[in-house]
Design a protein around this ligand. Structure first.
Ligand code: BTN
Length: 251
């Protein structure tokens, strides 16, 4: 179970394929305490939809938290939202409160991405799973090349301050534990309200990217499970839980 009252074991690497892959190699139904994996560099960093997560710069933070959870697998959307909220709040401590969330859990500053989250799970039975929360944050990157220059930013670019990654890690572990425990104690309704205050994806024109084609829509709200409620251009209401949603005007 996740709690920062229990000791978490910390694994540090100069270079690894991916901290999420390493976390999966350590996953077991018998894991008692969370394990945290941090690398200075990843050779095979992965993002959502199996996209590459550029991880060659030592100025980034590449981190995965592995823990076991009793939550039913249907709670993965809620977990995804509390990850976004807790990491946005952590980043805000170092970013003069400029960070916001693009649903479900991309963190942006000035409409550019500063952090991506890859949440994965291994299910052992209906009720027990290992959760792998992979977090990539652009911390001290001075600039980005090519197409990333349009889409990505870093804490350094936004604040002109060099930030010690250790402090960011500590803040993430503290905040994630706090919000995870809110989820366990059925306080997700309150958490959603906090999430909505930081979320840029509500009341916007959006494009929902689906395998069978794009859908243009207007995003109305977030429901009690963390799904995005949209009204399509032909007036159908849909609750979206896993598709990629492009918000017009954001990277
Ligand atoms: C995304 O926005 O697509 C998610 C990016 C997640 C990147 C992090 S970096 C640490 C961990 N290891 C990986 O291979 N991916 C995640």
């Amino acid at each position: 179970m996740y709690s920062n009252k229990q000791p978490s074991s910390l694994f540090l690497y100069d270079k690894i394929d991916s901290t999420n892959l390493e976390a999966k190699r350590h996953a077991s139904a018998y894991l008692e305490h969370p394990k945290v994996f941090i690398a200075k560099e990843q050779t095979s960093g992965r993002g959502r939809l199996n996209r590459e997560w550029v991880s060659s710069s030592k100025d980034g933070l590449y981190m995965s938290i592995l823990f076991n959870s009793n939550l039913p697998s249907s709670n993965i959307s809620s977990l995804s939202l509390i990850s976004g909220l807790s990491i946005c709040k952590s980043i805000n401590k170092f970013a003069n409160n400029k960070a916001l969330i693009k649903w479900p859990n991309d963190i942006i500053i000035e409409n550019k991405k500063v952090c991506g989250i890859l949440l994965e799970s291994i299910i052992y039975s209906n009720k027990l799973s290992s959760i792998i929360l992979g977090i990539g944050i652009n911390i001290n990157n001075k600039k980005f090349e090519n197409e990333l220059a349009q889409k990505a930013t870093s804490l350094y670019i936004e604040t002109h301050k060099i930030i010690d990654c250790k402090n960011v890690v500590q803040e993430i572990l503290k905040n994630f534990s706090f919000y995870y425990n809110r989820l366990l104690s059925n306080k997700f309704g309150e958490v959603i309200n906090e999430y909505k205050n930081l979320c840029v994806s509500i009341n916007r024109n959006v494009t929902i990217k689906r395998l069978d084609g794009d859908i243009e829509a207007f995003s109305k709200d977030i429901d009690s499970k963390g799904n995005l409620i949209v009204i399509t251009n032909d007036f159908k209401e849909m609750n979206i839980n896993s598709c990629e949603v492009v918000v017009q005007g954001i990277y």
